[in-house]
Design a protein around this ligand. Structure first.
Ligand code: NAP
Length: 232
């Protein structure tokens, strides 16, 4: 593909790297989601760098080892330095500050998988008139926020294949080039990516995650289930 570089630092070049099947991905947060997606992307030949508050801790070293030779760890700032895509996988209360501490994101895609859950998981903190994703976009305007990976459990992220069906992963955002990158990263994990439209659609995706949590924990489905959308 021969697209012009964009004024904001070359998202077009990210797209062509996606076509070459290899991206430098910074993963902020080395918890359940960060390590699961890091391992999936490393298997898909992406170069993963974990950004952690404690990059020398045993859990981070284990996560790096699981991802193989191309993986590294450092501080969040070190991780994003040369990243072409960034996954924000920290608890919602820490999300805005984690992004703000990174400074200028130079137009790079930032995948927001956070859910603004109440501490006891009984509901979400934000309603239908805004969303965590939109609040992050307002707090970090130099990044291109794409909501994704918030509507499935870690168990499903580790294996999104259900028999002959791939679990659906919805994503949304306002920047077409960033969405192209994230769509590919969703497919690389093994999900069926479904474009849910502009970033404001996070107002639907975040409550959808709450439905998932309700089904999993209150209705007895457990975490080995996933959403699948069908069309004819
Ligand atoms: N678990 C799921 O099934 C699931 C599914 C979909 C979406 N999500 C969302 O994905 C995000 C990450 O979830 P998770 O389950 O991976 O969480 P987690 O296991 O608690 O890990 C979060 C990681 O964020 C980092 N972090 C940075 N600042 C933090 C702070 N102030 N307090 C605690 N941790 C901090 C930590 O990594 P370092 O110590 O290395 O800095 C920590 O390991 C959340 O927003 C969650 O709502 C979770």
């Amino acid at each position: 593909m021969n697209r012009p570089a964009t004024a904001r630092g070359g998202i077009a070049s990210f797209e062509s790297r996606v076509e070459r099947d290899c991206l430098k991905i910074a993963i902020l947060g080395t918890g359940a989601v960060g390590t699961a997606l890091g391992s999936r992307w490393a298997k898909a030949r992406h170069a993963v760098t974990f950004g952690s508050r404690q990059p020398q801790s045993e859990k981070v070293l284990e996560a790096v080892e699981k991802c193989g030779a191309a993986a590294r760890a450092g501080s969040p700032l070190q991780a994003v330095a040369d990243a072409e895509a960034i996954l924000l996988a920290v608890p919602w209360p820490a999300a805005r500050q984690t992004l703000a501490d990174l400074g200028d994101l130079r137009g790079r895609p930032v995948i927001d998988c956070t859910n603004p859950l109440l501490p006891d998981l009984s509901g979400i903190e934000l309603g239908h008139s805004t969303s965590a994703a939109e609040q992050l976009a307002a707090a970090a305007p130099s990044g291109r926020i794409v909501k994704a990976f918030n509507t499935a459990s870690v168990r499903v992220m580790n294996d999104p294949q259900f028999g002959e069906h791939q679990a659906t992963m919805f994503y949304c955002g306002d920047d077409a080039a960033a969405k192209t990158v994230v769509r590919q990263l969703i497919a690389d994990v093994g999900f069926d990516p479904v474009d849910a439209g502009p970033l404001a659609s996070a107002r639907y995706l975040e409550p959808l995650a709450m439905l998932y949590i309700h089904l999993a924990f209150n209705q007895g489905w457990g975490s080995n289930c996933a959403f699948k959308i069908m069309k004819r």
